[in-house]
Design a protein around this ligand. Structure first.
Ligand SMILES: NC(=O)c1ccc[n+]([C@@H]2O[C@H](COP(=O)([O-])OP(=O)(O)OC[C@H]3O[C@@H](n4cnc5c(N)ncnc54)[C@H](O)[C@@H]3O)[C@@H](O)[C@H]2O)c1
Ligand SMILES: O=c1ccn([C@@H]2O[C@H](COP(=O)(O)OP(=O)(O)O[C@H]3O[C@H](CO)[C@H](O)[C@H](O)[C@H]3O)[C@@H](O)[C@H]2O)c(=O)[nH]1
Length: 319
């Protein structure tokens, strides 16, 4: 297939673009490089530098079989301070993309949704039937896009899939996480391991969890890429399918820090700090639907393996 990958210069998009090439697809990346890096675009992909909202129509006019839509603003705290940036950058941009797809007869889409659409869960593991009550504008904009995709799929025959990622981590084949503003736990802990931060701040140790620190479901970015290939191949016209993607196993903040100490052999100072506003205590995915319908099984489930790959990526000072 000839595929457009929006956000393919970013963390998840670049790893997925590489996997799509490997699967024999032809890939064009559209990215404005706002948080991505031109050198992350895998060799063999053509990079078009620009905003999806402005350039998607002109690019799709070339003729494409499908779109994988990763491009987004995705900082929770920033979305609380500046929601307009998220309603414009995520929702309006995505609606423009959907319209451009309609105009140019592109019928397949795989969209990067998020666990943030669920907000505080009533129970874990979280299934796709769980109530969607996002607690921040980032999650709300992703949910709005999911709704837009459902109605476009039903009315205009799109073959659509939303993949709701839990905590993406790890690296693959020289592609990994290198955000200028880093909020994610594993890269932050590895910065401390490299001496780039004095210590890790543990966001609260009085949560209702076994060791008092928050529990999350870390999913290896390469396993995530595999799900995109399957979703693309198995999508059906007129259908919008939604899948949660996680390991199904939770690790606490302390367990992650310990894994980083084991893998790096470094001391990594950590101190308990305030809780982070809006954090749920525990987020763990049920990925049963993805397993049954896509035949997707995460292969890299050990936290040590996920951390080892992330460490290998940042150790060479690429971060
Ligand atoms: N990383 C995670 O843990 C996680 C979890 C859940 C969902 N997601 C979603 O996955 C997707 C990818 O996340 P990531 O961590 O790789 O982020 P990222 O910031 O590394 O990648 C996003 C890419 O999109 C580009 N971009 C942003 N807005 C654009 C626009 N309007 N036009 C063109 N390019 C634009 C950026 O330059 C960047 O290269 C996002 O949609 C995010 O919301 C990520
Ligand atoms: O310096 C830090 C950074 C994080 N944490 C903790 O580590 C856990 C993981 O935090 P991340 O920021 O890595 O990830 P989140 O679980 O907050 O975020 C993820 O889940 C969100 C939904 O809640 C969104 O989907 C978001 O895109 C996705 O990365 C949280 O308990 C957080 O409080 C710390 O203790 N110290």
């Amino acid at each position: 297939m000839k595929l457009l990958v929006t956000g393919g210069a970013g963390y998840v998009g670049s790893v997925c673009a590489a996997r799509l090439l490997e699967a024999g697809h032809q890939v064009v990346v559209l990215d404005d490089l706002s948080t991505g890096h031109a050198d992350a675009v895998p060799e063999g992909c053509r990079l078009v530098t620009g905003d999806v909202a402005e350039r998607a129509g002109e690019v799709l006019a070339e003729g494409f079989d499908g779109v994988l839509h990763f491009a987004a603003k995705s900082l929770v705290a920033e979305s609380m301070r500046d929601p307009a940036r998220y309603w414009h950058g995520n929702v309006l941009t995505s609606v423009r993309l959907l319209d451009a797809m309609r105009e140019h007869g592109v019928t397949r889409i795989v969209f990067s949704s998020t666990a943030a659409v669920y907000g505080q869960p009533e129970s874990v593991p979280i299934t796709e039937e769980a109530p969607t009550r996002p607690t921040n504008p980032y999650g709300a904009t992703k949910l709005a896009i999911d709704h837009a995709i459902t109605s476009y799929a039903t009315a205009y025959g799109l073959a659509a899939t939303s993949l709701r990622y839990f905590n993406v981590a790890g690296a693959h084949d020289g592609l990994g996480e290198r955000h200028t503003v880093e909020t994610h736990l594993i890269p932050i802990v590895l910065e401390a391991a490299r001496g780039l931060r004095e210590q890790v701040h543990i966001a609260g140790d009085d949560w209702p969890t076994p060791d008092g620190t928050c529990v999350r479901d870390y999913i290896h970015v390469r396993d995530l890429a595999e799900a995109h290939v399957l979703a693309l191949e198995k999508s059906l016209p007129g259908n919008h399918r939604i899948y949660n993607l996680g390991n199904g196993t939770g690790f606490s903040v302390r367990q992650v820090i310990d894994a980083c100490r084991d893998v790096t052999g470094r001391r990594i100072p950590a101190e308990v700090a305030e809780r982070r506003l809006g954090d749920p205590a525990t987020l763990v995915a049920s990925s049963e639907r993805a397993q049954q319908e896509l035949g997707w099984y995460p292969q890299r489930r050990e936290i040590e393996e996920i951390v080892r790959d992330a460490w290998e990526f940042v150790r060479d000072d690429r971060g």
